[in-house]
Design a protein around this ligand. Structure first.
Ligand code: 13P
Length: 303
């Protein structure tokens, strides 16, 4: 089947089922193109929370679909593939977080949304890369703060606020492939371009960028900056979104190696099959969902 035929089938079936199709900025271009809404983690969580659709098909990775289910428990949330995980989320378990909390009994826990539902259930606040600085800035000064699982985002927040954080040493293997050498090389090839990177990149990389932002923030920055060319330091699915939204500007990846294999698991065929079969339904136990909901609500409600 051609991409066009598959897309038409997906659209028709989604419409007849009243399904809301959400896709993250890192999804394959054809999956983004068929979605009702494409965005960063925060925008997608807010969309899912506010939706009155009975069926949400979430094209992203597992923790994003779990977040949608926790924030909108009466909706059926489907993911097109059951194996789209996140290695960063897997780097912190609930048991490890409980142990860390015991070592710092007065600390508040801020957890990056790239984490399991069990870890969120042990947290006071969740955040995304889009609002991590705001979430931590809103905490009482002088109070210890545990931040995990992404150490790079934690280091970025800590630097922006001049506030020490107790960091968990997780990292995103995809963003850690971006190096200062690769940025220097890209700058030599495109000397007029601005460099904008994701805060999951290492501190030496964020230090040399013109801007550090979530995927939605990268789009905003490129839309609002009077410059025609950008070197993009995040997962390369973002290039599709940028080229589509800002066709008069030019975007270059820092490197062709910045691809997240999990984000590329969802294909149009899988999206169609998911709508046809009702697989794979995301299930979070009531106990875990209830405990995680408060931390997630604090994340989506903080403007
Ligand atoms: P954004 O929230 O910036 O879209 O990032 C999501 C993510 O998983 C980064 O690896």
């Amino acid at each position: 089947m051609t991409t066009e035929t598959l897309s038409e089938k997906v659209r028709a079936l989604a419409q007849s089922k009243g399904a809301l199709l959400l896709a993250h900025n890192y999804q394959l271009g054809e999956v983004q193109d068929v979605a009702d809404f494409v965005g960063d983690s925060l925008e997608l969580a807010r969309k899912a929370a506010a939706s009155d659709a009975r069926l949400i098909l979430f094209c992203g990775v597992r923790f994003m679909a779990e977040t949608a289910k926790i924030l909108n428990p009466s909706a059926t949330v489907l993911e097109p593939a059951p194996n789209a995980g996140c290695p960063l989320a897997d780097m912190l378990t609930a048991e490890q977080l409980i142990r860390l909390k015991r070592e710092h009994p007065d600390a508040l826990v801020v957890t990056y949304v790239n984490s399991s539902a069990e870890v969120k259930a042990e947290s006071d606040y969740c955040c995304t890369s889009g609002n991590a600085v705001k979430v931590v800035a809103a905490l009482p000064p002088g109070r210890e703060v545990i931040f995990g699982p992404d150490q790079s985002l934690g280091q970025f927040v800590s630097g922006r606020l001049g506030r020490e954080l107790i960091l968990w040493r997780g990292y995103c293997p995809t963003h850690h492939r971006i190096t200062v050498d690769a940025i220097d090389e890209a700058r030599r090839a495109h000397p007029a371009a601005k460099v904008v990177v994701h805060p999951e990149c290492t501190p030496d990389v964020t230090a040399v960028a013109d801007e550090v932002a979530s995927t939605a923030g990268i789009l905003r920055y490129a839309a609002e900056t009077p410059c025609d060319e950008y070197i993009i330091g995040t997962e390369n699915g973002m290039l599709h979104r940028l080229a589509k939204e800002l066709p008069k500007k030019r975007f270059y990846p820092v490197s062709s190696l910045v691809t997240c294999p999990n984000m590329k698991i969802n294909t149009l065929e899988k999206v169609l099959r998911s709508l046809e079969t009702g697989q794979y339904e995301v299930d979070v136990s009531d106990k875990i969902a209830q405990a995680a909901r408060l931390a997630l609500r604090r994340m989506v409600e903080l403007v």
